[in-house]
Ligand binder design. Structure first.
Ligand code: ADP
Ligand code: ZN
Length: 731
């Protein structure tokens, strides 16, 4: 970055806009000049667009035709480290800069002036005549001394008409004041007493605090079973960061962002932190964005995109449940928030804590290699112990057709019901039945737009495509053979399991937790809190129950189909199954009562199932790492997925063939190219999909080679190409 930080009026500046252009645009600095990094509004053709002053203008363009920046927005300029971070993140993910800028400026009303609102305070004078109503208003102000009220709020609180308040203003008993709409967040106090830590926890907390105090970059894996106190420990690192006068960010998988968690943070620091997630109101998001930039929000609790907030001095990033797949954004800009957190921290001399009971193999291997520090919390806090885990061998269980709860599991559930404890049945399949089949001809109902089977959702009374969301009624007549009344559901979904549980235990209160059964994330969270408070006996859940909820009365977990994740061709299938099963099992026995986990499986001798049951995690990771190393796949080799799509299959394949023929840039770095091949889901929303896979050695400059490889490409018509660096899913 050149030394120049301020541009005089009329000087030439280069502006990065949010528009999909592949270069910076030159403008004249406006009246009063502007700073490097300033958020500006610039003319582009007939429109006004948002941009950031990125550096001095390049010249070359006829300066008499140069247009002026319209205005500088009233927000803190983007800091140089943020500009550098966006640049590096763009290079890493092969994302165009305008898309990165859009990620970093997703604040509603960014270009609105910081609006003011009128509030009332006690004036110097007393009213000439005191009435009951007037006295109530003045008492209210007295009572809530520190608080600012709008005229309407004050009238409401005192139970008077607005004219009473107006009268008092006129007489000078109340005084009007203007304050900005975006209020700073309450001060957080790191020195309030935290919980008294156990020896293990205190050692870990001290190590993290030391990292924070160094003021340098560093990443630590904080590993500990669910309930071992990882949250308590990392809150101490947050405290150390606040003490150092820097800001902290805690990233959580969206669904784990609960009121319960916020209350814990509030209790520790004596104030509410800023919250950034899709459920937050527009006003709140605007406030967070602005206050973070001014350093007036010390702590942000957020979902993955909080990483792109304009922190003024970010000193610590916690990535809780770091293995969670929801950290990988799968549409738009394809980035992994865990990896971007490390990148961002490296650029602003911050510490990163990756917390998990079951870290990703990437993180585990980085710790093994000494790139990350590692801290272990070995036992659960207090009396709670890890549940006992057992396999239920389904080959020797007696089940009626179309039922999935084995007698062994049923027996264990019955015991819980009698003791007033909760059971959780886990099945990672939404809907009623995954397949609808015609018993006359064997045809399955498929989506018209996707290469995917329709899933019956009885709750919606429709079939739904899980790729595109298209729904249709369950057909009476088979679409293939036209025979009537033969369409039947096959296989279990979470809703069907709910019916089975209700039939087995008619007296039990049953709760089905699946994301599609709730209108909003808020409604779902509320239901989870009710269940945690004991308002259900049997809980049936999909993947989302594995994430960080605390059900104190839960003592039994039944995994309906432990083999489900083992069949995929995904390179992380074993790792995912291992993590998911352990996380789910970790839900049981969190309070004083010991828990039990039963895994229904047809292959109890499978190495992954055996590793889950034995609890020997290090052995599992070592074996898995050895296999990946031998295959040269992540984290011991590099991969990028290329997805081509378009309405015409032949054209999409042609594009793939052209790319494959011209792969010189890839061969130069010794990379291998696989494909083009039809993607596992070969059609989504009517678009045909073709995948290619690039594999390279660990140290190879993969992004640079791919950029050179695809640069000559001109995409015709409706063809699309997207690059997925370090792909997590292969659909
Ligand atoms: P994790 O994040 O590893 O799942 P938590 O930090 O949520 O674990 O701790 C689990 C439970 O134990 C929480 O209710 C927490 O308040 C409690 N707990 C953990 N450590 C302590 C401690 N040192 N003193 C009191 N309560 C603790
Ligand atoms: Zn579809």
């Amino acid at each position: 970055m050149s030394g120049q930080e301020h541009f005089e009026a009329g000087e030439r500046v280069a502006v990065l806009t949010t528009q999909p252009l592949d270069r910076l645009l030159d403008y004249r600095a406006p009246e009063g000049g502007c700073f490097l990094g300033a958020y500006v509004e610039v003319p582009l053709g007939p429109r006004k667009v948002l941009g950031v002053v990125w550096g001095p203008g390049a010249g070359g363009f006829d300066s008499s035709k140069l247009r002026s920046v319209i205005r500088v927005l009233d927000v803190a300029p983007m800091r140089s480290e943020m500009r550098a971070f966006l640049g590096k993140a763009a290079d890493y993910t092969l994302t165009p800069m305008p898309a990165m800028l859009r990620l970093a400026s997703r604040a509603p009303g960014l270009s609105d002036p910081p609006s003011m609102r009128k509030i009332l305070r006690r004036g110097d004078r007393d009213p000439d005549r005191m009435t009951d109503a007037r006295a109530r208003v003045l008492d209210t102000i007295e009572e809530y001394g520190g608080l600012a009220f709008t005229p309407k709020e004050l009238a409401d609180m005192a139970g008077v008409t607005p004219s009473v308040v107006k009268g008092l203003v006129k007489q000078g008993a109340l005084r009007e004041e203007e304050t900005p709409r975006d209020l700073p967040y309450p001060h957080l106090d790191p020195d309030l007493p935290g919980k008294e830590l156990t020896q293990d926890q205190a050692t870990a907390a001290a190590a993290l605090e030391e990292g924070v105090k160094s003021g340098a970059y560093g990443t630590t894996l904080l590993k500990g079973v669910t309930g071992s106190g990882k949250t308590e420990v990392y809150l101490e690192a947050v405290a150390a960061t606040l003490r150092a006068g820097r800001q902290a960010l805690v990233l959580l998988p969206e669904i784990a962002l609960t009121a319960e968690f916020l209350k814990r943070v509030e209790a520790r620091f004596g104030g509410t932190p800023a919250e950034w997630h899709s459920g937050a109101t527009m006003t709140e998001r605007r406030r967070v964005w602005r206050m973070v930039g001014q350093g007036k929000a010390q702590l942000v609790i957020g979902a993955r995109s909080a990483l792109f907030l304009p922190f003024r001095d970010l000193g610590l990033i916690i990535v809780d449940e770091e293995h969670d797949t929801s950290y990988k954004q799968e549409d738009g800009v394809l980035y992994n928030a865990r990896d971007m957190a490390v990148l961002r921290a490296a650029m602003c001399s911050a510490q990163v804590v990756l917390a998990s009971a079951t870290p990703s193999l990437e993180t585990w291997a980085n710790a093994e290699a000494g790139k990350y520090k590692r801290l272990d919390l070995k036992s659960r806090f207090g009396a709670s112990v890890l549940p006992e885990m057992r396999a239920v061998d389904m080959r020797s269980e007696d089940l009626l057709p179309s039922t999935w709860i084995s007698p062994t599991l049923k027996f264990a559930m019955k015991a819980r019901l009698e003791r007033g404890e909760q059971s959780l049945l886990f099945l990672n399949r939404r809907g009623f039945a995954p397949v609808t089949i015609c018993r006359a001809c064997g045809a399955q109902v498929a989506c018209d737009h996707c290469d995917s089977r329709m899933v019956e959702h009885r709750f919606l009374k429709r079939l739904m495509c899980h790729q595109c969301g298209e729904t249709k009624p369950v057909p009476e007549v088979c679409p293939s053979c036209q025979v009537e009344g033969k369409m039947a559901p096959v296989g279990p979904g979470i809703e069907r399991l709910g019916e089975e549980a209700a039939a087995l235990f008619p007296e039990a209160r049953i709760a089905v937790l699946s994301s599609d059964l709730f209108g909003s994330a808020r409604a779902l969270k509320q239901r989870i809190e009710e269940i945690a408070a004991g308002e259900a006996d049997i809980i049936l859940g999909t993947q989302l129950v594995a994430k960080g909820h605390n059900f104190p009365l839960l003592t039994l977990v039944g995994v309906i189909d432990a083999d489900l994740g083992l069949q995929g061709s995904d390179l992380r299938a074993a790792e995912r199954t291992f993590q998911l099963m352990r996380q789910v099992a970790g839900r049981a026995g969190r309070a004083e009562k010991p828990g039990e986990a039963l895994l229904q499986t047809f292959q109890p001798e499978h190495p992954v199932i055996r590793a889950i049951l034995s609890g020997d995690e290090e052995a599992f990771w070592k074996a898995e790492a050895a296999e990946r190393q031998a295959a040269g796949v992540p984290p011991f080799g590099r991969m990028a997925g290329i997805i081509l799509s378009g309405p015409d299959l032949a054209q999409v394949f042609d594009l793939g063939e052209t790319l494959a023929r011209n792969d010189g840039a890839l061969r130069q770095i010794g990379a291998q190219l696989f494909g083009p091949a039809p993607a596992p889901i070969a059609r989504i929303r009517g678009r045909h999909r073709v995948r290619m896979l690039v594999k390279a050695a660990k140290g190879a400059p993969l992004q640079e080679a791919i950029a050179r490889w695809i640069a000559p490409l001109r995409l015709k018509g409706d063809l699309r190409l997207s690059v997925d660096i370090d792909p997590q899913s292969f659909f």
